[in-house]
Design a protein around this ligand. Structure first.
Ligand code: 4NP
Length: 156
């Protein structure tokens, strides 16, 4: 099993969206038995909370239900148990590296997998409007395609 963890700040906007988008792609590729997907936040503000309503709506418009997901905080154990630990922005990456110890090589920026996007960070949509959430899910779809191709090439 290849284990993928998406990480943002609150685990209510970007990383649960990435979890939902990538999990759908994995299912559609019939790889559900080979790849597992999870998400977490660097901070504990929203532990136990469902994804932000705006993130749920953006995902629902693309046929993805985020409502069962609940926020949790990333831990040092996550670095040991996941194969890919994918940060949405450089702050998230710094927090992960601080708890990663010798496992820092597993931590990457998710957009490194988005071939057609020059940006390296998925912008935090929390204080913006609906268009910000649409932009985020577009970026996440593009990076998810690249990630799935990488996993196929290196692990399957
Ligand atoms: P996320 O967005 O990191 O994509 O889940 C945020 C959610 C909550 C906050 C900031 C960003 N917050 O400050 O509470």
């Amino acid at each position: 099993m290849v284990k993928v963890l998406f990480v943002c700040l609150g685990n209510i906007c970007r990383s649960p969206t990435a979890q939902g988008v990538f999990a759908k792609m994995v299912e559609e590729a019939d790889l559900g038995d080979a790849i597992s997907v999870d998400s977490a936040g660097t901070h504990a503000y929203h532990v136990g909370s469902p994804p932000d309503r705006r993130a749920q709506e953006a995902a629902r418009r693309r046929g993805i239900d985020l409502s069962p997901l609940r926020g949790r905080q990333a831990t040092a154990e996550d670095l040991a148990s996941f194969d890919y630990v994918l940060a949405m922005d450089c702050d998230n990456q710094s927090h992960l590296l601080a708890i990663a110890g010798e496992l820092g090589d597993k931590v990457q920026l998710f957009l490194e997998y988005a071939e057609d996007i020059p940006d390296l960070e998925v912008p935090d949509p929390y204080y913006g409007g609906r268009s910000g959430f649409e932009r985020v899910i577009d970026m996440i779809e593009e990076a998810s395609r690249g990630l799935l191709a990488d996993i196929r090439r290196r692990h399957l």
